[in-house]
Design a protein around this ligand. Sequence first.
Ligand code: NAD
Ligand code: DAU
Length: 334
Amino acid sequence: MKLLITGGAGFIGSNFIRHMIHKYPDYPITNLDKLTYAGNLDNLKDIEGHSNYRFLRGDICDVKAVSDAAEGVDAIINFAAETHVDRSILEPGSFIQTDIYGTYVLLEAVKAQGIKRYLQISTDEVYGSIEGGSFTEESPLTPSSPYSASKAGADMLVHSYWKTFHLPVIITRSSNNFGPYQYPEKLIPLFITNALEDKPLPLYGDGLNVRDWIYVSDNCAAIDLVLHQGRDGEVYNIGGGTERTNIEITEIILRELGKPGDLIRYIKDRPGHDRRYSIDSSKLKSLGFKHQYGFEDAIRNTVRWYSANEWWWKKVKSEDFKRFYKKAYGEIEW
Ligand code: NAD
Ligand code: DAU
């Protein structure tokens, strides 16, 4: 299979490229990435010289860049997106542009070039919050933030290209990922790296919001399975099956690092903050999927990875990152 992977210099995309190169060394892979603040070629240093891998810097909103990169590929897997909820609250414009318009440009390329498979990497956030039980693929979309609304808009568009043009599209909706190379604006890497630096851990609201955590390698394996065995026109939820409150996650990180509880700062809640995410992954399991990583081991590995790879995250926590921090968490003295 010849693959075009968009957004492959980000967290999940880079883990997915590594997974694919090791498992299918004969698959030619092109990585098209704009290298926004979240894109980082350091994430792929170990495979950049691989003979079947090439990197192209480009924007999924750029019709020519996409159509050139897509030439002759068998499948496109779209990871490219603006992804951070807090940034979408402060500056939503780029979310609408990349997550919706960019998806449209990719779908048009699939249509024009007769590409045989298109995978849209979506999120459980499109369903919104749920107090009890779990969302299935049939549940309505009720997104809460400009980020999740832009992802839901993209999902709708993908679905419309299936209904109207019979394009061979599939959507995956995964729960919260964690693991190596995650930009340290997201809960787990932010709290690990802040704790390592003895900086405050800003916990929104009462700290009791619940997320369903999946180790990134398990998500990559699930996407690989759906790429090869999923059915056109279908949606597949990819959950971790590990629901934890934010305070539980925080306590695990502090315990693993031997840091004190007084690093925690309860701050004003995130506007529109979803209380709980939970998805039912039975449909994925019916394709034969099984998790390979237990949550406790995976989070311990993750804490160890950030502890051992300061070179990676110290570079990422740059001046631009600090500016965002000040804007997002104005009430905290860093
Ligand atoms: P990320 O923010 O780490 O990486 C996004 C990547 O997309 C970056 O490399 C960035 O440079 C690139 N990009 C952004 N705009 C682009 C554009 N216009 N053209 C080309 N490249 C562009 O994101 P992530 O956490 O790896 O998420 C990847 C995908 O998975 C996203 O679509 C996200 O919505 C989805 N997702 C993420 C999670 C999670 O927990 N991280 C969970 C479910 C779904
Ligand atoms: O559910 C999948 C989604 O998970 C992905 O689609 C998104 O791209 C990804 O960003 C993530 O969204 P969340 O908002 O759930 O992730 P985040 O890491 O930002 O926050 C996780 C929880 O932790 C959430 O309840 C908010 C809380 N939080 C987060 C940060 C960054 C804090 O309390 N303090 C913080 O500083």
